[in-house]
Design a protein around this ligand. Structure first.
Ligand code: IMP
Ligand code: MG
Length: 182
């Protein structure tokens, strides 16, 4: 285990099991539709690629990057598009794939933008959900794990751009926030 990690919250095996379950549900629900799975960069990258590998129906991929955090561990509430979709969304069955739903500000913003582009349908899939911290009401159709209000890293999630490559979800030691490495 990485020495900055206090504890493993969700193991690699638990994640992979859940990814398979979600992919099966999505493959069933979107059969005969025009599925466009949108990865919200960078945090959802691992979840998205594992999920896509387990989808058994035809699907298209696209990517969007937004920023809402800076280097801290708390949301600023401000969302900006850093990278938009490469193609149109009109008439497609969009599934937004996100790493974690926290205050809900990010997904609320993305949802509003995409709704304006007239997709046939628009749903959300998130690996993690911190329900206690919600500020904006969000309807999520596919949730991997509800977790307590702790700052987590790994499997795409970062603290100051680090730890995204860990294959599990872990809780960071407090001293890492207090004296971040250079
Ligand atoms: P929201 O806009 O507050 O819902 O925040 C969603 C975004 O904040 C996610 O896409 C993550 O990038 C980031 N985030 C929220 N909680 C955590 C966490 O515990 N660890 C790492 N990133 C987080
Ligand atoms: Mg993110």
């Amino acid at each position: 285990m990485n020495s900055d990690v206090k504890k493993v919250l969700i193991s690699e095996a638990e994640i992979q099991q859940k990814v398979k379950e979600l992919a099966e549900r999505i493959s069933k629900d979107y059969k005969g539709k025009h599925l466009l799975m949108i990865c919200i960069l960078k945090g959802a990258i691992m979840f998205y690629s594992d999920l896509a590998r387990n989808i058994s129906i035809p699907m298209a991929m696209d990517f969007m990057a937004v920023s809402s955090y800076g280097a801290g561990t708390k949301t600023s509430g401000e969302v900006r598009i850093l990278k938009d979709l490469s193609g149109p969304a009109e008439g497609l069955d969009i599934l937004i794939v996100e790493d974690i739903l926290d205050s809900g500000n990010t997904l609320n913003y993305i949802e509003n933008i995409l709704k304006d582009r007239n997709p046939a349908s628009l749903k959300i899939c998130t690996l993690l959900d911190k329900p206690e911290r919600r500020e904006k009401p969000i309807v999520v159709d596919y949730v991997g794990f509800a977790i307590p209000d702790e700052f987590v890293i790994g499997y795409g999630l970062d603290y100051s751009e680090r730890y995204r490559n860990l294959p599990y979800i872990g809780v960071l030691k407090e001293e890492v926030y207090a004296s971040p490495a250079e």
